[in-house]
Write a protein that binds this ligand. Structure first.
Ligand code: INI
Length: 159
């Protein structure tokens, strides 16, 4: 049996991070969690580019621009959609998550969805650096693993 899995070293990885300004009380914590995760795994802040989008709805287009630039190994999208604040939260979440998934397949790059989808402000707090962890940090860890896995698969394909 041959198993392939990505390591968790972010050394030399170039990451594009797009983060929404809407609900920035939460998204700033997600960004801090993502940067902390990447640097603790050996990544360098010099290899990170952060773009601010107005809201979660705008994350996919900015992520697409980053993916098309060819400058990044992965794209991480961070946002916070809180249902209590909007009746169309489900629509935003569905649009964003489908678009990011489609972009990942179209571009061949890991495009990681780090959008907190919360029913309440309390749930958003829990997922932005308190008792349910930090979704930005989780997204960054997923990005590292995916970049490492894809690089490994590319090396195996060439060997
Ligand atoms: N954008 C968010 O990132 N989170 C939200 O909770 C939210 N709410 O509640 O509406 C939100 N709306 C703005 C939206 O993402 C777009 O920026 C706007 O609709 C313009 O396209």
């Amino acid at each position: 049996m041959r198993e392939l899995s990505g390591t968790l070293s972010a050394k030399d990885m170039k990451m594009g991070i797009v983060v929404s300004r809407f609900n920035s009380f939460f998204t700033r914590q997600l960004l801090a969690g993502a940067v902390d995760c990447l640097t603790r795994h050996g990544g360098s802040e010099a290899n990170l580019t952060v773009a601010w989008a107005p809201g979660a709805n705008e994350l996919p287009l900015v992520a697409q621009r980053m993916a098309k630039s060819g400058q990044y190994d992965a794209i991480i999208a961070l946002g916070a959609v809180i249902e209590g604040a909007t009746p169309h939260a489900d629509l935003i979440n569905t649009q964003v998550s489908r678009s990011l998934a489609a972009l990942s397949l179209d571009s061949g790059l890991p495009v990681i969805n780090g959008v907190v989808c919360a029913r309440t402000i309390e749930q958003a707090i829990e997922r932005s650096g308190t008792k349910a962890g930090n979704k930005g940090s989780d997204a960054a860890e997923t990005a590292i693993e995916m970049v490492a896995l894809i690089k490994l698969m590319d090396r195996k394909a060439k060997a």
